[in-house]
Design a protein around this ligand. Sequence first.
Ligand SMILES: NC(=O)c1ccc[n+]([C@@H]2O[C@H](COP(=O)([O-])OP(=O)(O)OC[C@H]3O[C@@H](n4cnc5c(N)ncnc54)[C@H](O)[C@@H]3O)[C@@H](O)[C@H]2O)c1
Length: 418
Amino acid sequence: MPLPTRRTLLASAAALSSQRIPGANDQPRLALIGCGGRGNYLAKQCAAHGRLVAICDVDAARLAKAASLAPGLFTHKDYRRILERNDVDIVINATPDHWHTLINLAAMKAGKDIYSEKPLTLTIEEGRRLTRTAQQTNRILQTGSQQRSDPRFQQAVELVRSKKIGELQSVVVGLPKASWGGPFPAQPVPPELDWDFYQGPAPRRDYTPERTHFRYRHWYDYCSGPLTDWGCHHNDIVLWALGMDRGGPVSVQGISHLDPVPHGYDVHSQFTVQYRFASGLPVTCITMYTDQFGTTPLVVPTNMINGIKFAGSEATIEVQRGKIECTRPELLDEVPPVDSVQAHIRNFFECVRSRNEPVCPPEIGHRTASFGHIGAICLRLGGRKLTWDPVKEQFPGDAEANRHVAREQRKPYSYDSL
Ligand SMILES: NC(=O)c1ccc[n+]([C@@H]2O[C@H](COP(=O)([O-])OP(=O)(O)OC[C@H]3O[C@@H](n4cnc5c(N)ncnc54)[C@H](O)[C@@H]3O)[C@@H](O)[C@H]2O)c1
């Protein structure tokens, strides 16, 4: 961690003085930004730890529906009106991925702590900036990668790290494929939606409902596809098991098994992407139930689970939500039934009080998202092999790939607005 400069120390002091740090018997006051499926669920899960006082959504219908979450909520479509409120201590950010960073940066600067959904970022550059700002402002941010708080995934990590399965030889990650389809004709914007605000820093496009609510996941304008959707959950565990959750791979190559439809969903929906670490270890991410495999140098078993296979020299572990198996079952301990989302949220609220680092802080959320972004960049460049420098966070000598490290932000929804 770099030594703090006078400027960063002053920023920390200012942020702390503008922020009430809740004591043991205090109920922190919460604001939900992004009232979709995940936001509503998180707000209910957080009710045991804090008091919801404000909600925000750029879709008035969703905002109105979420107003029933608690009595007397302050409601607004503009997150800046939420962040300027002194009665908000904590922000739950459950917006689509392309909005995460701007809102998280603004919330940190306003002195709020944050539970932010994964993938933490849309680009690698965003993650570097967010990590820096978190250090400067001394804010607590928990990334919503709740598998970190799941005993089964924790057990898999422990078995790999302790070498109880021998030397790790390969890792395969199975991911649900993305939707595929289109083209989608432009439609009139529904009156309840502020479409310009929804698009925010992303490029301006004609409205089609397929670009919004849940389905934004299938467009590169708003995300990096399966590699950062489910990918962020499983790859977070892989990087943790490898001791690489503040680092990354040194190369990536990939194959798309199904090309997107012109003017339709444009993320690569079915693919094989193989990363290599400095040790030579291969980590292969593959979409499950892939329709066309063909013969490729990267082909892996087609019966992949939505989860992770760690193959060691002495045993193999398969781990997914609710299930862990090992070819040497005696290595597995009994796992208590634990609600991993609740455990992850509890860890966040404990850290808000103690000011300790939560289990998935900004640097780790950023590195996991970057892992997915690197793979998506590779697919977008035709799958050619890319070399990655995890220290400089650049593709050495590769101007074409480096152009994807950051994205232009559409004004006025840019860093300048902070
Ligand atoms: N951790 C998990 O297991 C998990 C599960 C589901 C979703 N997620 C994540 O949660 C996030 C939301 O997913 P979802 O499925 O609920 O999406 P969604 O489309 O249902 O909801 C997103 C909401 O954010 C609103 N929104 C968009 N821009 C906004 C802005 N600038 N200010 C305020 N509101 C804005 C939208 O109108 C929408 O209501 C995503 O990042 C997703 O990856 C995580």
